[in-house]
Design a protein around this ligand. Structure first.
Ligand code: F6P
Length: 372
């Protein structure tokens, strides 16, 4: 009996996504497996927006950035329609049945794993592959796209270095990573950043200021600071603790409006942390400080050779797995081997940088300030 599988990409795009699609498509074709591609993630699937993937589709895409299938951040149970979140699980199940699929392959980060679990619970056969520059998916040693993003960001840090040296400035470069600091740590070490700030280690303004002043005293009149978008100061950690308590008190008897304005305040305080960091450092050190936000540059471009290799290994392993009738798993990489990991163990979880991680130890040993 011919196997038929669907495939879609979801969440932020990541270099190497097309390389996974190619690996899955070519391996599937050689086994006579039919592939249907759903466009624009789960919201596209919910309205049956699809392409029959065959023949030439899988050729010439190995090195292409982005995802040829299109993507967005909608989850099956949270599709945004006119600003409102709608549960589209039933429609997705219906489309799956309409195409008589044996399986649906979901490529993406945390959202793909969470959606995979939800659709498994809804009765579908789901296999996912970890594809995100954040590298924050548990039970896989690496996610597809991370290596390329590290390379891109490290190159940017190199470029910022020369201008920081020329102008004797502090340059703060903000990298992606709302919850974990893998990308900032990797690119920061590779780019020789003097200070690396990640969400896992709340930072102290005075420690960073002292590190940059110390560099100045030793004749190095510039500093490069790599900071994750989700990095948080100790001041803010304390502020949120007290805000949470205040909000509990407000909920205990005040009006909705008061709660909203308090929460607004919390939001304002949290936003634009990198600019706040720059201002604080200028005040504390008297050194001119500039900010560069790398943003979506980190997600674009051609995947590295390493990401293409990982994409090809995981994509082909995934096809082998579905041929054997496997379901309800993410195909991750552990010690060089592609392994199935139950979605129930991955969904809804993130993989933070452990406090004793070898990269953190190495950074400290070369004198990098970690802010806390
Ligand atoms: O792809 C993950 C990620 O890169 C995060 O690090 C970042 O916070 C987020 O995407 C932002 O992307 P978007 O604006 O597309 O939601």
């Amino acid at each position: 009996m011919t196997i038929k599988t669907g495939i879609l990409t979801t969440g932020g795009d990541s270099p190497g996504t097309n390389a996974v699609i190619r690996a899955i498509g070519k391996a599937a074709q050689s086994q006579g497996i039919q592939v249907v591609g759903f466009q624009d993630g789960f919201s596209g699937m919910a309205i049956n927006q699809y392409l029959k993937l065959e023949g030439g589709f899988f050729s010439g895409i190995l090195s292409k950035g982005g995802t040829l299938l299109g993507t967005n951040r909608d989850l099956p149970f949270k599709v945004l329609v006119d600003g409102k979140a709608i549960d589209r699980t039933a429609e997705i199940v219906q489309v799956y049945k309409q195409h008589q699929l044996d399986c649906l392959l979901c490529l993406g980060g945390g959202g793909a794993q969470e959606s995979g679990r939800a659709l498994t619970e809804a009765g579908l056969n789901i296999v996912t592959i970890p594809v995100t520059i954040d590298n924050d998916i548990p039970l896989t040693d690496e996610s597809i796209g991370f290596d390329t993003a590290v390379e891109t960001a490290a190159e940017a840090i190199d470029r910022l270095h020369s201008t920081a040296i020329s102008h004797h400035r502090i340059i703060i470069v903000e990298l992606m990573g709302r919850e974990t600091g893998w990308l900032t740590l990797g690119a920061g070490i590779a780019g020789g950043a003097d200070v690396i700030l990640i969400p896992e280690i709340p930072y102290d303004f005075n420690i960073i200021a002292e590190a940059t002043l110390q560099r100045n005293r030793s004749g190095k009149h510039f500093s490069l600071i790599a900071v994750s978008e989700g990095a948080i100061s100790l001041d803010n950690v304390r502020f949120f603790e007290s805000a949470r308590k205040a909000s509990e008190r407000l909920h205990a008897g005040r009006t909705e409006q008061e709660i909203a304005s308090k929460l607004d305040m919390i939001e304002k305080k949290a936003a634009g942390d990198t600019l706040h960091l720059a201002r604080q450092l200028e005040n504390l050190t008297g050194l001119i400080t500039r900010v560069t936000i790398l943003g979506y540059v980190q997600r674009g471009g051609t995947p590295s050779a390493r990401d293409r290799l990982l994409a090809t290994q995981l994509g082909t392993a995934c096809v082998k797995y579905i041929e054997q009738g496997g379901t309800g798993v993410m195909i991750g990489i552990q010690n060089g081997e592609a392994v199935p990991v139950p979605l129930s163990e991955v969904a809804g979880k993130v993989k933070p940088v452990p406090p004793d991680h070898a990269w953190l130890q190495a950074a400290r040993q070369v004198g990098t300030c970690l802010g806390g």
